[in-house]
Design a protein around this ligand. Structure first.
Ligand code: ZN
Ligand code: ZN
Length: 214
């Protein structure tokens, strides 16, 4: 819509205040159609209801959206990237908050899947827990500069592979040194997933054989 001139704006304001115009408007607002429209607008103003509506819609149209988004992205790739860059520059706080929200929601899904407690000692305090690479190959990922969020996405996309588990930081650390003190007679609890690979002579990052007893 073209910008209204100040004169035009002032005129419209005055016009809307005229008694006969007001009366006509009120008359119109009383019709069932107008009421329905107003209700619809109120619904959309109500963010919570809108949120539920959007979520349901998204869920029910997942496949159509995926196809549409892919086609749209392919056609507008450069434009989208440029826009995202500008947006990130202008709204660093929002971008940070949004990334954190995404990161947390992926992490929640992964924790839910792997049991939300330490596979060794059963610790459930979330701040003590981490996602453990069963085969201790996390260092390879770090070497390739794969971020946590990229890892989470790949775990979810690959249907939660068996080579991850939840461990608390203590048990995670103990796992690197040797059997965790929680193990009984050198045997881990049934929930603990034992690494499939052992240390290569030249690879100080990989698993040591469990010979440590101290
Ligand atoms: Zn533990
Ligand atoms: Zn333990």
């Amino acid at each position: 819509m073209p910008e209204q001139s100040p004169e035009r704006k002032a005129y419209m304001e005055e016009y809307r205040k005229r008694p006969e115009v007001r009366a006509r408007r009120l008359e119109r607002d009383r019709t069932p159609e107008a009421k329905a429209k107003a209700q619809e607008r109120a619904l959309h103003r109500d963010m919570e209801k809108r949120d539920i509506y959007m979520k349901t819609y998204m869920r029910e149209h997942r496949e159509q959206r995926r196809v549409y988004n892919q086609v749209y992205y392919n056609e507008h790739c450069e434009e989208i990237k440029a826009k995202a860059k500008t947006y990130a520059k202008e709204h660093p706080e929002q971008v940070k908050a949004n990334n954190k929200r995404i990161y947390t929601s992926y992490k929640d899904l992964i924790f839910q899947h792997y049991g939300s407690k330490c596979a060794c000692c059963g610790e459930t305090e979330r701040v003590f827990l981490s996602i453990d690479h069963v085969n201790n190959d996390g260092y390879q990922r770090r070497r390739q500069n794969i971020t946590n969020v990229a890892l989470y996405i790949s775990i979810i996309k690959n249907g939660y592979p068996d080579d991850f588990q939840i461990l608390c930081h203590n048990c995670n650390f103990a796992k690197i040194l040797g059997p965790c003190p929680h193990w009984k007679n050198g045997m881990p609890p049934a929930t603990f997933k034992i690494p499939k690979i052992t240390m290569q002579a030249d690879d100080k990052h990989a698993t040591r054989p469990y010979t440590h007893t101290g």
